[in-house]
Design a protein around this ligand. Structure first.
Ligand SMILES: *Cc1c(COP(=O)(O)O)cnc(C)c1O
Length: 458
């Protein structure tokens, strides 16, 4: 235990007076013992109270290689001695060029044109707008003004990304702001919307999406999916065969495929890209979160030469993609991302992932035995542990009990920082996590779940 930070009281008072936290019920913020980080080392956060907490959610799914990673630190420091930022609008910089080329080299075949932005929401937003404009400009094309998304999807919080979102609690209140989107059924097997069981069903939930493509394929500009798993929905991996068939059906009707790998790409699923899992051919690949190792806000939307070609012409023809952010292609972010990709690919971290994924699967199996655990779900180094009040009926606890949040708070006493999604406990550790650290997190959950269970009404 380190010492308490001398400024703790002052910082907490200023926090309460001035800071509005994202995705946070501010009315209970202080009561829920928020972690105020003042430093970090490797996989541990150090907070204002002097606690060292193992970062089991990689600082919201992005800190892929640990905090104060020597390679990324050095890359940013070296870049600072050259230039921090210059504009990419009509002009270039060396780091953004190098990173675009590197991403094109690593991305699945055919994805060779890189558009940078600042976060996952904008990476998806860019793909939606590009797809929309592309159909108007492609040879022999015409307007397509409709999109297909999947229930329970989360693609970010800007209005365009909200329009293709499918989480009622987050998105429904903004329904009036949405552009036209059809929603296919999500395969939520724990509580199947069709009342079927995964062991015996034929992935029947795919039929609604296929029917939409069949009926309205000529109007659909694009379909947007989260390859690997639906993240914010509660870490829901796709049943085998769902995404592969869905994306193939879309492409057969000229519907562009947007692969939102903001959470699932860059090693998270145990592969470099989650699209590889079902051989999905994407027209747009969206990356963010782990792209800079979770250091700086940087995102990429990677697309095909054919799509880029539809935006060529003389300026007065109006084919330009009029979209860009002040910090597009920022050099510090690009330098961090180049170092991150070196760690993941060149230093061989990607090859170490399958063994860690297997180790995690073993730990999850033991957690799955707990009477309060309704289901454990895993895709690579991402996992969701769904807490239920009653296992046979899969009944949830009342949201007011904030069971997931209580378990996350109990994890602090186990020396672990956690952040759940409702009553789904989330494990999204740095990719550099060790088996021993995974053991610590799992052991912490065994004890924390038991402690909170003892306090709950049944
Ligand atoms: C986090 C996330 C986003 C949004 O990324 P931000 O950087 O938070 O805007 C989009 N899509 C998926 C799948 C995500 O997990």
């Amino acid at each position: 235990m380190n010492a308490e930070h001398p400024d703790r009281a002052r910082l907490e008072a200023l926090d309460d007076a001035h800071l509005w936290h994202p995705f946070t019920p501010m009315g209970v913020y202080r009561q829920e013992d928020p972690v105020l980080v003042v430093a970090a080392e490797g996989h541990e956060l150090i907070d204002v109270q002097g606690r060292r907490l193992l970062d089991s959610v990689a600082s919201l799914w992005c800190n892929a290689f640990g905090h104060r990673n020597p390679k990324i630190d050095a890359a940013i420091r070296a870049q600072l001695d050259r230039v921090a930022h210059s504009t990419l609008l009509g002009n270039a910089n060396d780091r953004a060029i190098e990173l675009a080329a590197r991403l094109a080299e690593l991305a699945p075949a055919g994805l060779s044109r890189v558009f940078f932005s600042d976060n996952g929401s904008t990476a998806v937003e860019v793909a939606l707008k590009m797809a929309f404009q592309y159909h108007r400009q492609r040879p022999g094309g015409g307007p397509r003004d409709l999109f297909l998304a999947i229930d329970r999807a989360y693609h970010g919080d800007t209005i365009g990304s909200v329009a293709v979102g499918g989480i009622a609690e987050i998105h429904d209140r903004f329904a009036a702001l949405r552009f036209p989107v059809r929603h296919g059924t999500a395969p939520h097997c724990l509580r199947c919307p069709l009342g079927l069981e995964r062991a015996t069903c034929a992935v029947d939930c795919l039929e609604r999406s296929l029917a939409i493509i069949e009926a309205e394929g000529d109007r659909l500009a694009a379909i947007v999916v989260e390859p690997g798993f639906q993240g914010a929905a509660g870490i829901l991996p796709w049943p085998e065969g769902f995404l592969g068939r869905l994306c193939a059906a879309a492409r057969a009707r000229g519907v562009l495929v947007i692969a939102d790998e903001v959470a699932s790409g860059l090693g998270r699923c145990g592969r470099l890209f989650a699209s590889e899992l079902e051989g999905i051919e994407a027209d747009f690949l969206c990356l963010a979160k782990g792209l800079t190792g979770g250091y700086l806000p940087l995102a990429a939307t990677i697309t095909r030469d054919e799509i880029h070609a539809a935006f060529l012409g003389r300026p007065e023809e109006g084919r330009t993609f009029f979209h860009g952010h002040t910090f597009t292609g920022n050099q510090l972010g690009a330098a961090a991302a180049l170092a991150a990709l070196e760690i993941l690919v060149d230093d061989g971290l990607i090859d170490e992932l399958p063994a860690k994924v297997e180790h995690l699967a073993g730990l999850l199996a033991t957690l799955g035995d707990h009477p309060l655990v309704g289901e454990v779900r895993q895709c690579g180094l991402a996992a969701g542990i769904e807490i239920v009040a009653d296992r046979p009926s899969r009944r949830s606890f009342a949201p007011a009990l904030r069971v997931g949040q209580r378990i996350a708070i109990a994890m602090r006493d186990e020396g672990v920082f956690a952040r759940p999604l409702g009553d789904v406990l989330v494990l999204m550790p740095p990719l550099t996590i060790t088996p021993a650290e995974l053991d610590r997190i799992a052991a912490g959950y065994h004890r924390a779940i038991a402690r909170v269970a003892a306090e709950l009404p049944r």
